[in-house]
Design a protein around this ligand. Structure first.
Ligand code: HEM
Length: 314
């Protein structure tokens, strides 16, 4: 009995201290507060995507960078007048403006409904806009857990993100620190099925990396000489599909951190599975995005608020 109590107390302690410990998120959180929320956000994201092909990948990356730093609290969107904020860290400076403007446009659309005005957090709008960016790019549709509050703090030094030259141990260690498993990490890396990277992130691989297809390297040298960037999934750069994993099998992963998922035998089986079975990738991606969306969620009791302007604490 004593040991049973110990196990229960230990389990509670882990649950309370875990970054995934959030009781308040639920799928129908805004059902009575803002019943038309999901339609409003989807319509707005659709318009943003019509205006710019970069809107969807930029929004998906913004969600990751938000959740990974101080939790999913839209702190990445805060502009501090003194210049000390997350997006002015070099790792966030490459976030494309289109992600921010997609969320700001969706927030304006939500606030134009009198019932919803200033009652939906920027963090939740970002989570919904991300799901819609994935779905409208051809990826899975999925129910998003809601009820996040917006953070009030954003500092340059709090940014700690994975880098494109990370090896598997560094990647699993990083995602583990967020409470995410190695499978979550491999599935989330599939986010690189849309969007692009500057040559500064992979140029070091073009001088004879044995894990890169030499024809692909030659093509990239051409892109880097002209445009200075390349698509993360050269096969279908704006379509959310499993081509990213098929590319890895062919030595056509752009970032070192992506190609290592296939080079390292410990994750190769999962890459093979997702390359062969898009449904398996979509299922695991949705599960991992749901877990990512629970990281460090704020409530009013922990200093959260519903920001009126996503760029500034109230
Ligand atoms: C596994 C560790 C990861 C590393 C090392 C990494 C690194 C990078 C790098 C270097 C870029 C190029 C940035 C630029 O040139 O501006 C990029 C772009 C991108 N990342 Fe990641 N990333 C990781 C995980 C993720 C995750 C988990 C997601 C979302 C689920 C994601 C979504 C994206 C998207 C969509 C882009 C393209 C952005 C655009 O075109 O604007 N990344 N990532």
């Amino acid at each position: 009995m004593r040991s049973f109590h110990f196990v229960v107390v230990l389990a509670l302690a882990v649950a309370i201290s875990s970054p995934l410990a959030v009781a308040q998120l639920k799928q129908n959180y805004y059902a009575s507060i803002c019943p038309n929320l999901e339609n409003i956000v989807r319509g707005s994201v659709q318009r943003s995507m019509q205006q710019s092909p970069i809107a969807a990948p930029a929004t998906l990356r913004l969600f990751f960078h938000d959740c990974a730093v101080r939790g999913c609290d839209a702190s990445v969107m805060i502009i501090n007048p003194n210049g000390d904020d997350e997006w002015r860290n070099p790792d966030d400076q490459t976030l494309k403006p289109e992600g921010f403007t997609t969320v700001i446009a969706a927030k304006a659309a939500v606030d134009s409904d009198p019932q919803c005005r200033n009652r939906v957090s920027c963090a939740d709008i970002l989570a919904l806009a991300t799901r819609d960016s994935v779905f409208l790019s051809g990826g899975p549709d999925y129910a998003v857990e809601l009820g996040r509050f917006d953070g009030r703090v954003s500092t340059r030094n709090s940014v700690n993100l994975p880098h494109g030259n990370f090896n598997l141990d560094q990647l699993t260690g990083y995602f583990g620190s967020l409470g995410l498993s190695p499978t979550d990490m491999v599935a989330l890396s599939g986010g690189h099925t849309i969007g692009a990277a500057s040559c500064s992130f992979f140029g070091y691989r073009l001088g004879g990396d044995p894990t890169m297809d030499p024809n692909f390297a030659a093509m990239l040298r051409g892109s880097c000489g002209s445009s200075g960037f390349a698509f993360l999934d050269a096969a279908t750069p704006l379509r959310f599909d499993n081509a990213f994993y098929q590319n890895l099998r062919a030595g056509r992963g752009l970032l070192g951190s992506d190609q290592t998922l296939y080079s390292d035998p410990r994750s190769r089986g999962l890459v093979d599975r997702y390359a062969a079975n898009q449904g398996a990738f979509f299922n695991d991606f949705v599960a991992a995005m749901t877990k990512l969306g629970r990281v460090g969620v704020k409530s009013p009791a922990t200093g959260g608020e519903i920001r009126r302007d996503c760029r500034f604490p109230n």
